[in-house]
Design a protein around this ligand. Sequence first.
Ligand code: ACO
Length: 383
Amino acid sequence: MDEQKPTISVGLQGVYITETKICKVDGNVGRLYYRGYAIDALAKNSNYEEVAYLLIYGNLPKAAELEAFRQQLKEERDLPDFITDIIAKNAEKADPMDILRTCVSALSMSDSYAADQSEAANFKKAIRLISKISSIVATIGRCRDGGDYVEPNKSLGHTENFIYMLKGRDPTPQELKPVEMMYILQAEHSSNASTFSTLVTGSTLADIYSAVTAGIATLKGPLHGGADEEALRMMYAIGDPSNTEQYIEDALAGKKKIMGFGHRVYKAYDPRAKIIKEYLLSIQNNSSDEVAGLTEIALRAEKLMVDKLGQSRGIWPNVDFFAGPVYRSAGIEIELFTPLFAASRIAGWCAHMIEYWRDNKLIRPLEYYTGGLDLNYIPIANR
Ligand code: ACO
């Protein structure tokens, strides 16, 4: 073959695919901005509805705009019967991410705007998805525990209602704060694998439901959104905090990856992990035995990993590492972590899709072929 071998960016590492005004990840110094606002400022001062508005529309809302947006989200909270049926029939045995992916795909069938590709229709569909995905995730969690669909409470805020539909009662401040924080921190992260997947699907001019369904499918994997569940499973496997160092040393010696560490873009401490860790430290003295134990394991594991691989290899905790103990402090079951990630990231997926469609270009990279050519076709009977 005389074709010259091109430079291949395995895993699209280092490849820019588009311009964006939605998100900046400065991986060298560990900074993250949504529409120019630092994640620390948003986590401290904002709320999920405002962050979702910011991502989708590009600016912080005035009070009346935020109220109108909140109202639209509230109006979209109900789930059609065929969606609650899918959940009720499968929740006790199926993987929650499989149920979520199926429900989001199915939702398109009850949306009269599903095929309308105008931007106005896509804003409507984005609001619908942001609202309904939270209701779907809450209902999956509830039905997994043997409960029934709880009608949404339209007097509550977005994350309050999530907990209300999950638990069948108003949230406590100890439940609401961490859930709100995680919703804000996971809402957006530039061209991560699931957002890229969303863009690939949408770039064919398939509708936003198809695009987001692809995003959910991609988020499921343990190298991406599924890492928070795996990190907590590791902490459970460690069991007693005094086992932490030996467990991590053995895992590294066995060339295993420690879930919740490392990142394609961050070569410094992930600012989201810093915020989550700070929250965990703030509740440390008032937490349950389970959360206190998990926190100690997490802190010991973090110290060892940072000492060993932080400065030297650029492997630091990412958003997923401390998420488990924090979710557990809100009484969220482990199997719901990745679905909740999707319930938050839906704002980022929709924002990116709407932005990309303004100057759409089919995403179609190349592969360098290394197989044979012009092989002699042998009839099946002679092979
Ligand atoms: N633990 C131990 N070693 C690690 C880790 C880790 N968590 N992450 C990377 N490394 C090592 C690799 O073993 C590899 O070492 P080598 O060069 O000696 O072979 C080197 O660092 C580079 O790792 P890659 O996996 O090739 O780097 P890449 O940029 O492709 O991976 C990824 C990024 C997938 C996130 C990786 O760090 C990883 O698998 N982490 C664990 C899973 C995880 O936490 N994912 C969530 C990411 S955040 C998110 O998606 C929301």
